[in-house]
Design a protein around this ligand. Sequence first.
Ligand code: 2HG
Ligand code: ZN
Length: 463
Amino acid sequence: MTTPAQIEELKTLVEPGKVLTDADSLETYGKDWTKQYAPAPSAIVFPKTTEQVQAIVRWANQHKIALVPSGGRTGLSAAAVAANGEVVVSFDYMNRIVEFNEYDRTVVCQPGVVTKQLQLFAEEKGLYYPVDFASSGSSQIGGNIGTNAGGIKVIRYGMTRNWVAGLKVVTGTGELLELNRDLIKNATGYDLRQLFIGAEGTLGFVVEATMRLERAPKNLTAMVLGTPDFDSIMPVLHAFQGKLDLTAFEFFSDRCLEKILGRGDVPAPFESRTPFYALLEFEALNEDVANEALATFEHCVEQGWVLDGVMSQSQQQLENLWKLREYISETISHWTPYKNDISVTVGQVPAFLKDIDDIVSANYPDFDVLWYGHIGDGNLHLNILKPEALAKEDFFAKCAVVNKWVFEIVEKYNGSISAEHGVGMTKRDYLQYSRSAAEIAYMKAIKAVFDPNGIMNPGKIFA
Ligand code: 2HG
Ligand code: ZN
């Protein structure tokens, strides 16, 4: 907690009006998209420069005040939730694109640059920023780096980590580090840049990031294919991957489609309904590629893996097909879902899915269970919807019990309990299912080096 005198001192470190303590701001900036924790920060501070961030961190060290970094607040693991009187450091006013280099194909961004802003900037330059997900219109680059954000194009382009050429960070002591200096080749020992990616602000705060861009994809084309069961999805992936360079391979169950169609603003992909759907995307660079896709579709139908399908013929149709998948998370948020974001290696997906399905159907017989995710990279989103009549606390308590068994299966397959949403507070108590005791001890030791007073987003990743 902070005293009024400390808040007055904080106000002298930033521009006038850039510290807020009113109830509305505390509520808004104290939380992300998770609903488990009540926001309770003591103030929100909006730095505009790196020097101001450094001053804030030094002030926090002096008074032993916990800081929580805040970007677009679209996180799903409560990594940006301030529930214990912390001071929230919002990067909303550090939102400029600073520089573009056409030879390096890099963009220097302040942390508050919105992901979509970077995507559009790249487009203006005839290039492409390939990390993409449903919340790209609100999420910020600093948060994407803090969580090593993934999304819908990982099968082709990898995670945010792959696109960070260099970072400037303010560590937990207030020191400014310039990491990797945007180099492609740099064999000079430990790559500290990588440590800060996915660290959820527990080691320091990103104050500038140099992001790489890529060639823009040409004539993106999507197919939605209806499958008779879970088991057919992976052979479909295998068949298409053998013939095409996929830019995405997603899946969702018919329960998800039901919810999307219930919105009334997204057309059905085709007339029939099937238990599951795969959504794949590729660059139709010429007619041969499109014909190859159709031939593969026919092969999948002959094998009985696909019952129906559609291929986009226009940009509008491409966008409509993507809405079927991209709108799921937002649409179901109404039902206060219990979320899982788990992954295994692609080769293990079929056996893993079967084991998870057994647990889920045995333990959630009366709950609405929604399956979807980025199955082409081994990442599954499992959402359990809260029945209207059940109290939130009872619902989460019940899910926590079943969750333990889900995570035991994740552990059995050497998988991850958080593929792309981070650990934050929601998955913190389960870290040992994916990380060994020795690894966790090293992680804590690393934190102590960069953040000796434990003021940088404490209580996130580990207690
Ligand atoms: C997605 O893939 C996001 O749509 C959100 O990662 C997943 O809501 C979820 O569980
Ligand atoms: Zn996802």
